[in-house]
Design a protein around this ligand. Sequence first.
Ligand code: FES
Length: 87
Amino acid sequence: AFEVYAETSDVTVQVGPNESIAAALKAAGVRVQMSCEEGVCGTCICDVSEGTPDHRDHFLTDEEKEDNDQIALCCSRAKSSRLVVDI
Ligand code: FES
């Protein structure tokens, strides 16, 4: 599990092994825009200001993934114990 702090909403969630960041945020009342929920469309892309994403999407380019400043909330996870996202 890892922790995600949704900066704009001022909400912190714990993301378990069997749920997505988006699902954990939604359960905490954060509105997450989503469409494909499979890492393809880019609708759920969000800026990351702290922590290291574990990219699982097929939307961001390799270069964008290396920058580690955006994340697909529907499917990607965290390599760090905490992520801060702009939502
Ligand atoms: Fe399509 Fe996340 S909802 S990439």
